[in-house]
Design a protein around this ligand. Sequence first.
Ligand code: MG
Length: 266
Amino acid sequence: MLLQISPRQITPGPRSRRHSGLVPVLAKLRSWTRPASALASSTPSESQKQLWQTAEAICFDVDSTLCIDESIDELATYLGVGHEVAEATARAMQGDAKFEDSLRIRLALMQPSMDQVQRFLDSHPAQLSPGVAELILRLQQRGTRVFLVSGGFRAIIHPIAKSLSIPLDHVYANTILFKEDGTYSGFDEGEHTSRSGGKHSAAVSIKADHGCRRLVMIGDGATDLEARQPGGADMFIGYGGVTERPKIAAAADWYVRSFLPLTDSL
Ligand SMILES: [Mg+2]
């Protein structure tokens, strides 16, 4: 029998000291990006601004967007396989691997047990990006539905969603599976975000499942940009507040380095 970790089983622990050391390959990965000051924010057109103000669904990427770190890399470092997993992540970012294959390889390297995930959560509480909680609250007060769409893990994201009053059926992310004794078993291949193009698939599903006509995706990476395909996100807002990626900045409908312009435009 396979066990799925539930948000009741995994709860965030007290804030404590975070990892300070980065493995060398992460530095290499960072070198493919530019410092946050290298690119300017863009100004939206009136129609883009109107879409931002009237969209029924706003979807946030989690790693390096909602939060300031990459949770899979953090978990891997915690488990002592940071170098190997960062290399697999780097290969995936270069487009050398399908997302599902990369996820399988990274999880096979980590083999996280239920206890290890719980201890990781206890010692690594999520760190939200500046201003994002205020933006989400404003959206919720307006009646706009907020979703989290991530290639990361529900076990890590559910506590964050709860802290932001985001319903768990508004979370589209990956599920780690555990055996009955709590050891690692695999991941749920039925999750939209477990596959390449998964964020577009999630956006299509959100529109259908939640009755939303206009959907905006906010994120920092190529998988977020993929959501901006016919039937999926109607607008892609690139976020460069954590890491700037020139290709994402160039392709985004609207590019910001802070959540403040988005809050101010509501
Ligand atoms: Mg991201």
